[in-house]
Design a protein around this ligand. Structure first.
Ligand code: NAI
Length: 343
């Protein structure tokens, strides 16, 4: 069996706890992956480094092509810029993919949610280009390039075909941001018309789209958004299926891929064995499927299946962390999943 090397970045806050959980699950599932650990975030400074995103972390991902990453803290309104944004830009991880699915035993308002959010990961207001024009007047620049808009459109429709999905809905505000969001939908529409007429396609103004999602999420399938909208829509959709503790994600480029949960470092519960590790465990399963597809290794896909079936069994048996209304700690829930690995 080939063993693939992946970079494990524990990150900040609850990151080390959920990263440790994911590592234990992969071991229990006999996943064909060995981790090398690298650091990013506040922890990288605390360990004596001089950058929140050390070069050896970026280089390790470039060398091995895949990483599983815990969340990294970004200070609000001041301080250093986001490690996550920097990493996505440095490695050109232009497609953020966030599946949002109802889980067995996790009761929410809706029973059959099955959405995928694809977020353009390199541009928009997230570019973080802000200027002081004069005292009391500041400006933030929203960036859109035709190349990036067309690239994410192409990636999304290709993903729709690979995953047997039937519809792509683009959320936008091109009525107001006629140039930037206008270009985003123009490019998606052109990709659709030129190459993917078999996939249904629609453009929905984002404010009305959000109302529609909370009324009936089953009317959507794949949701394509520019960067900031994708960030906000992801958390809203997480709320449809049980919250941030159960929503995984991937940041994918042409060469490298970094898998991470949608949630942040959750400083309010860090270090207390309270975090739900499932979102990162699910992200690890996505990583195995990516390895399986990109390196033609069925054993990685089989390990992902074992993991998925084990956490579904655990949830079905009422094993849940506190965010899902249960009483298990991070480690106890992880053990409950491991106990069901070969069940
Ligand atoms: P957050 O996602 O860390 O927390 C929001 C709420 O959800 C909190 O009440 C938290 O306790 C809860 N929560 C999150 N993950 C959970 C889990 N696995 N289990 C149980 N409860 C969970 O978002 P917040 O508070 O806005 O951000 C905190 C920090 O995380 C900030 O510095 C932010 O910049 C950073 N962040 C990092 C991300 C990344 O590394 N990809 C993504 C989002 C935020």
């Amino acid at each position: 069996m080939t063993t693939h090397t992946a970079v494990l970045i524990p990150g900040d806050g609850i990151g080390p706890e959920v990263a440790q959980a994911a590592r234990r699950i992969l071991e229990a599932a006999d996943a064909p992956v060995q981790f090398i650990e690298r650091h990013a975030g506040v922890v990288a400074l605390e360990r004596g480094g001089d950058d929140v995103l050390p070069l050896d972390t970026v280089d390790a991902i470039r060398e091995h092509g895949v990483a599983l990453k815990g969340p990294c803290t970004t200070p609000i309104g001041k301080g250093f810029g986001s490690v996550n944004v920097a990493l996505r830009k440095k490695l050109n991880l232009y497609a953020a993919v966030r599946p949002v699915r109802s889980l067995p035993g996790v009761k929410t308002r809706f029973e059959d949610v099955d959405l995928v959010i694809v977020r353009e990961n390199t541009e928009g207001l997230y570019s973080g280009i802000e200027n002081l024009i004069t005292e009391g007047v500041v400006m933030s620049m929203k960036v859109a390039t035709r190349n990036a808009c067309s690239r994410i459109g192409e990636w999304t429709f290709d993903y729709a075909v690979r995953r047997n999905r039937s519809k792509v809905s683009v959320f936008h505000k091109a009525n107001i941001m006629k140039m930037t969001d206008g270009m985003f939908i123009d490019e998606a529409r052109q990709v659709h018309e030129k190459s993917y007429p078999q996939i249904k396609y629609e453009e929905v103004i984002i404010d009305a789209a959000l109302m529609k999602i909370v009324q009936d999420p089953t009317q959507f399938d794949i949701i394509l958004c520019e960067n900031l909208y994708g960030d906000i829509v992801s958390d809203l959709c997480a709320g449809l299926v049980g919250g941030l503790g159960v929503t995984p994600g991937a940041n994918i480029g042409d060469k490298d891929a970094v898998f991470e949960a949608v949630h942040g470092s959750a400083p309010d519960i860090a270090g207390q064995n309270l975090a739900n590790p499932l979102a990162l465990i699910m992200s690890a399963a996505m990583m195995l499927n990516y390895i399986s597809e990109s390196r033609k290794d069925d054993s990685a896909r089989d390990a992902a299946k074992r993991i998925k079936s084990a956490y579904n069994l655990a949830l079905n048996d009422g094993k849940r962390t506190r965010d899902l209304g249960g009483d298990l700690g991070t480690q106890e829930f992880t053990q409950a999943v491991i106990d069901r690995m070969n069940g």
